[in-house]
Ligand binder design. Structure first.
Ligand code: HEM
Length: 352
């Protein structure tokens, strides 16, 4: 995974520096890089993913989904309104079904060359488990079919791509808005890493970089309401009865903005560090951007490594600046994810 990410970092840095310090919107580059990362995780390391028509379509579909699922959609609250908003819903169903068709085609092709002794990607690994547990088209004793297991590719390629892209877009925005924070990350890189490749194991010795990522996730958690859940039995919470079958939505946004955080709307990575400059564990646990409990995001470790590698590697090679004359709006857009409004950055190459 690290190898794939490092290749993606090279693409990001090349695309950023190619702009010759002129203002540009990093959205497309970031979406393609994080998309390519998860795509290669699911379907195997590809030499030139960006020439794959299916991949490009997949990225495009994601941006359209984002438009359709913005908050303020009346059918979310009043489902009968779906009869009035048919066009929008049809578009939504079409995109979902195209994604499914494309995934099925891809998986079928990859399985033609499946070799149990050579695990090339997530599809192979899932297939090896399907064989091991003898899963087929009919549900087994716990109700699981082969297609349920292969469906995990759908969960991973969707949930594993968009939130990471949005989290990295927030980070780029914050380091451009707060040059002092950026400078401190670069000092940490110079002191602990120098010119060599950044690796995930560097996370341990880079508390300021880690604190910046945590602060960005606290203030601009990309999944503010997580996924809808459902009470499986009657339960009392703080004296309130929640009836079996009730849809339950967690408000992670409110956790990140609770008064327990001093100056809660300020961007201050230092709040995660103790007096010795080390990360404060209990504060980290109070950031619930990956949710908690059994349905916590299964990609959290991967995502944290991904964000660290992207941020540290890009700042090792690039200086990110806010363009003169541009004011950033740090309020984001609520959709399936919470993401920043379009913004531009200027990028200067760094040599040290
Ligand atoms: C910054 C990046 C990410 C954030 C903030 C994030 C956050 C979340 C949150 C809040 C949930 C919902 C938990 C709930 O309310 O039930 C979730 C679910 C999920 N995430 Fe992530 N995620 C990220 C990256 C990833 C990655 C990289 C992967 C996989 C490679 C991934 C895979 C999933 C899956 C499969 C689910 C559904 C789990 C279930 O239904 O139990 N996520 N994520």
């Amino acid at each position: 995974m690290e190898e794939i990410l490092q290749d993606e970092v090279d693409v990001i840095v090349n695309e950023f520096t190619r702009q010759n310090e002129k203002p540009f919107n990093p959205y497309k580059t970031v979406m393609e890089a994080t998309g390519s990362f998860i795509y290669q995780f699911c379907y195997g390391k590809g030499e030139n993913v960006r020439n794959d028509e299916d991949f490009l379509q997949y990225i495009k579909n994601f941006s359209s989904l984002e438009e359709i699922t913005k908050t303020g959609n009346p059918t979310d609250l009043l489902p009968w309104m779906r009869f009035l908003f048919r066009g929008k819903l049809q578009k939504f169903y079409k995109l979902i079904s195209e994604a499914r068709k494309y995934r099925t085609k891809k998986i079928k092709k990859l399985l033609e060359t499946f070799d149990p002794k050579d695990m090339r990607h997530a599809v192979d690994l899932l297939m090896s488990k399907i064989i091991r547990y003898k899963l087929g088209d009919e549900p087994n004793e716990i109700g699981l079919t082969k297609n349920d297991v292969l469906g995990v590719i759908g969960d991973y390629s969707g949930a594993g791509f968009d939130p990471s892209a949005k989290a990295f877009l927030w980070l780029l925005l914050y380091v451009a808005e707060y040059p002092d924070v950026q400078r401190k990350i670069q000092e940490e890189i110079e002191e602990k890493i120098g010119n060599r490749r950044v690796t995930a194991s560097d996370r341990e010795q880079m508390p300021w970089t880690e604190a910046t990522i945590l602060e960005s996730m606290r203030l601009a958690g990309v999944s503010p309401l997580g996924l809808p859940h459902c009470a499986t039995e009657d339960v009392f919470v703080n004296g309130y009865m929640i009836k079996k079958g009730t849809v339950v939505i967690f408000n992670y946004y409110s956790v990140g903005h609770d008064e327990q955080w001093e100056d809660t709307f300020e961007f201050n990575p230092g709040r995660f560090l103790n007096s010795e400059g080390k990360l404060n564990k209990s504060k980290i646990e109070s950031v619930l951007s990956f949710s908690a409990g059994r349905r916590r995001c299964p990609g959290a470790v991967l995502a944290r490594n991904e964000l660290f590698l992207l941020l540290a590697s890009v700042l090792q090679k690039c200086q990110i600046r806010k363009p003169q004359q541009e004011e950033y709006d740090l309020e984001g857009i609520f959709s399936t994810t919470y993401y920043p409004k379009p913004y531009n950055i200027c990028v200067l190459s760094r040599e040290f």
